[in-house]
Ligand binder design. Structure first.
Ligand code: COA
Length: 183
């Protein structure tokens, strides 16, 4: 990273100004064109975000939800990762890996031992390099219909669920109740 690159984290949504919101929306639209949305989040406001700025413009982002999940009637504190993305012209320079390394460090310092995410097949190798393992487990979550609670969904997640933990067995083959929307 050079002197024109700055890492800003953690960012909480209630502190985002108009320019940051605009830049973030533009980045998310570029990175996830199929799920273009008016809101800056899928189902709920993230607990916090990490962003990278170059020359004052947001070029990379990660959303983090800090929550409790229920696995076979035991609760675990996790970070859930979503909307990791980098502007096309700034990819392959280590920005996303850098944001993830920061999340991992923060989790370690905070005693959060499990980080969960859902990844497409083409992103799995990237996350494997960062220490995530594909886990087969059933997930249960609150389905939103726009800004309304709709129903509870339960689905066997084969491979899309990836977990960074020294104890993936806690989750493997179990039912993970996400106690909220999916991320
Ligand atoms: C996936 C994504 C976030 C990666 O962002 P990025 O900033 O390019 O990520 P990094 O630079 O840290 O790493 C990307 C690759 O570049 C490589 N890389 C990192 N620094 C590099 C460098 N200086 N030179 C060359 N390659 C480098 C990494 O090893 C990695 O390789 P891999 O894909 O084989 O694992 C980005 O491609 C993106 O926004 N995609 C669209 C949105 C998306 O699909 N997000 C994931 C949701 S599951």
């Amino acid at each position: 990273m050079d002197q024109n690159t700055s890492l800003f984290y953690p960012i909480v949504d209630y502190k985002l100004n108009k320019t940051q919101k605009k830049q973030l929306r533009s980045l998310l639209i570029e990175a996830f064109p199929k799920s273009v949305q008016k809101r800056l989040f899928e189902s709920q406001i993230p607990s916090f975000r990490g962003i990278v700025k170059i020359f004052g413009s947001i070029v990379a982002h990660v959303g983090v939800t800090h929550r409790i999940v229920n696995v076979d009637d035991k609760t675990f504190e996790i970070f859930g990762i979503f909307d990791l993305c980098t502007r096309k012209i700034h990819r392959k320079k280590g920005l996303a890996s850098n944001l993830m390394a920061w999340v991992h460090e923060l989790a370690g310092k905070s005693g959060i031992n499990h980080i969960l995410l859902f990844a497409d097949q083409k992103q799995r190798a990237f996350y494997q390099h960062l220490g995530y393992q594909s886990v087969t487990a059933k997930c249960r979550w609150l389905v939103m219909d726009g800004a309304k609670s709709h129903s509870i969904s339960e689905k066997q997640m084969d491979e899309t669920l990836m977990i960074r933990s020294e104890a993936v067995d806690i989750f493997s083959g179990k039912t993970i109740d996400l106690l909220g929307g999916i991320f």
